[in-house]
Unconditional design. Structure first.
Length: 267
């Protein structure tokens, strides 16, 4: 790569990124420099970042739960807070468990669960074909299957009543709030991965409505939501006959509501 005195020096890149509003300009500059093979490529990558493209789409990957997850352009970028969903699900998962990652996006949650609990039978599903193709690359090496379709319609019928752990990072942003999201999300990620309907709960309701048909006895549904929406998410799961528990992580600013076909007992 070019020397520190060139027009493409780390200092000059940091300055350009910071001027464009990149909060973590130093870290982003380091990642872009490491990823670029020649100065012209680096300049192009920096220009794309300044234009507002997500860093992860430029690099082609994101670090998630200690893994490098492939993220193609136009595919939802997994957030760090969703690592809490993985942590909560891993506590309820065991080798051989049937795990389904609905609204899987890049397949990051499924891939991280497979790494945390080796030997699971993993299925990831999304309505977006681009996301499914990306998920296939991320979960395929561990034997997972990526499936295209609208929620449960994507799953093979043989899984009905056999799913031990069902995770869903379904879209939960209210439609009217989409316009207030950062440009790199609302302009470069698929709307179907962001828009949760009028109150943000539309997809969560659809997931909960059929969950009991797909969960095994003693199975668990874990849904990522916001702290503000958590009581309503919990109510939706309870209305569908599930035992409900809500967990918060202040460190990750994350909220997970779990609905189980039997009450979770903890020591």
């Amino acid at each position: 790569m070019p020397s520190s005195t060139s027009a493409f020096s780390p200092a000059s890149i940091i300055t350009r990124l910071r001027a464009a509003g990149c909060v973590f300009a130093e870290e982003e500059a380091r990642l872009l420099i490491e990823a670029a093979r020649i100065p012209d490529e680096l300049d192009h990558m920096v220009d794309r970042r300044i234009a507002g493209l997500p860093l992860e789409h430029i690099l082609g990957w994101v670090e998630f739960s200690g893994l490098r997850i492939a993220v193609d352009p136009g595919v939802f970028v997994p957030r760090r807070r969703t690592e809490f969903l993985v942590q909560q699900a891993a506590e309820l998962t065991w080798p051989g468990a049937v795990v389904v990652d609905l609204c899987c996006g890049s397949g990051a949650v499924g891939a991280a669960l497979s790494a945390a609990v080796p030997g699971i039978e993993l299925y990831a599903a999304d309505i977006d074909p681009a996301a499914v193709a990306c998920a296939a690359r991320n979960i395929g090496p561990d034997g997972g299957q990526a499936l295209a379709g609208d929620l449960y319609r994507a799953l093979p019928e043989r899984l009905r009543g056999r799913v031990d752990v069902l995770v869903a990072n379904a879209p939960y942003v209210p439609t009217e709030s989409i316009g207030m999201m950062p440009p790199e999300a609302r302009l470069h990620e698929p709307l179907v991965a962001l828009d949760g309907g009028l109150d943000g709960m539309d997809v969560q309701r659809r997931v909960a409505n059929e969950a009991s048909e797909w969960l095994a006895p003693g199975g668990h549904l874990l849904i990522e939501t916001s702290a503000r929406q958590a009581p309503e998410t919990a109510g939706i799961l309870a209305q569908n006959g599930l035992w409900v528990r809500t967990a918060f992580s202040e460190e990750m600013d994350a909220t997970i509501v779990t609905g189980s076909t039997r009450q979770i007992r903890r020591n």
